[in-house]
Write a protein that binds this ligand. Structure first.
Ligand code: M6R
Length: 366
């Protein structure tokens, strides 16, 4: 089943162009995003949606965090994202009109399922599952659903499930934006073109593997790493840190780059590699000054830039240029090199990549 790949994780990373293409099949031919992709009566529910609450765990939670930036800026819909194990035990104020979106690869995660049931018990009946397994427990509990088509994900570290969740959440954002009259047909076409081009764009990022492998070799000897990002790429920094600790057992932390001087900067010295997610977006200049603060303390920088992020290689500053800048959808591309980095760091360390210690693929107990 592995073919020419050494591990399922590697295979699944490289399956992402196809997984995304399959997930986006509903928009492949047509020129519009239809609410019906979320269920027969989705138009009515989505048309009345004024608020969104996203609930998930782990990597799926990070997908939700990216979606929050999209939903608020593209669709103008306020969005809150909660960790399932917190939400289910928290005294929250329910709003029956809020659309509750649960995200789960497996559809069996105990906390996410319990949090969904908890929301329903509080009178929140507008529910949508974004899930990779059609007959799973979570999908059976929601009024609306979108099944991602990542195919079976075997590696414990989630990769293609994450990017297909992002594709689904981008479609949800566009459907809501349209129903809210926030999307001109020109913009809709632009987004659709960008979505359809994603498999090719991801393919080009995957070609950067040799350079990332070289970085991973320098990395594997480190005890700690810091991941920084801003805006919609902050959750990508979080996801990069989760991947690294999960399979290479290197202690990794992620921060919104603006938080650096509020504490974590104290950790930075020559032994602390700092990974920055640095696309050419509206926050790049802000991020660059954070990176200078790191350099001034001797921290070694590994910067994931893209076309247009004018950052120069220099002593202690390593730059990987991704070939395209991808605007709003850029988080989908920027997570790919971070997946590859942790995969290769784990290979150097000789850990059990597909079955990291202490972890299960599907967390069916709390
Ligand atoms: O199946 P789910 O998406 O509900 O799983 C949630 C988390 O357990 C999962 O994403 C976990 O964090 C991954 N192992 C991360 O790679």
């Amino acid at each position: 089943e592995l073919g020419t790949y050494r591990h399922y994780m590697q295979k699944e990373i490289f399956e992402q162009p196809q997984a995304i293409a399959n997930t986006l099949e509903t928009i492949a031919g047509g020129n519009v995003i239809s609410p019906q992709v979320f269920g027969a009566h989705a138009g009515e529910v989505l048309g009345a949606t004024r608020r969104v609450l996203i609930i998930a765990c782990g990597t799926s939670f990070h997908a939700g965090l990216v979606a929050r930036y999209w939903l608020e800026s593209i669709a103008g819909i306020p969005c809150v994202v909660e960790i399932a194990s917190e939400y289910r035990y928290r005294e929250s104020v329910p709003d029956p009109d809020t659309l509750v979106v649960v995200i789960s690869q497996s559809g069996e995660t105990a906390d996410t399922l319990a949090a969904l049931k908890h929301a329903k018990s509080l009178g929140m009946s507008k529910t949508l599952a974004i899930c990779n397994v059609p007959e799973s427990a979570i999908v059976r509990e929601t009024a609306l659903r979108f099944v991602t088509r990542a195919g079976p994900e075997i590696g414990v570290a989630s990769t293609k499930a994450f990017t297909t969740q992002l594709a689904a959440l981008a479609m949800l954002t566009l459907a809501l934006a349209k129903l809210n009259d926030r999307l001109t047909s020109d913009d809709e076409q632009r987004y659709l073109t960008a979505l359809r081009h994603l498999p090719v764009a991801i393919g080009k990022v995957l070609e950067l593997e040799p350079q990332i492998e070289r970085w991973a070799q320098r990395f594997a000897g480190k005890q700690h790493a810091l991941f920084l990002g801003r805006g919609r790429h902050w959750p990508i920094a979080m996801e990069g840190a989760l991947k690294l600790k999960e399979i290479s057992y290197i202690h990794a932390e992620s921060y919104a780059a603006g938080e650096l001087k509020h504490g974590p900067l104290a950790l930075v010295d020559k032994d602390m590699p700092v990974i920055a997610v640095a696309p050419a977006d509206e926050l790049l200049e802000k991020l660059k000054s954070n990176l200078q603060e790191v350099r001034a303390r001797g921290g070694e920088l590994y910067v994931f830039a893209d076309a247009g992020s004018a950052i120069e290689e220099s002593e202690g500053v390593h730059i990987l240029h991704m070939p395209e800048h991808y605007g709003m959808l850029s988080p989908v591309l920027h997570v790919i090199p971070l997946q590859l980095l942790s995969y290769h760091a784990a290979l150097v360390k000789g850990t059990d990549v597909d079955k990291p210690r202490n972890l299960a693929k599907s967390v069916t107990v709390e």
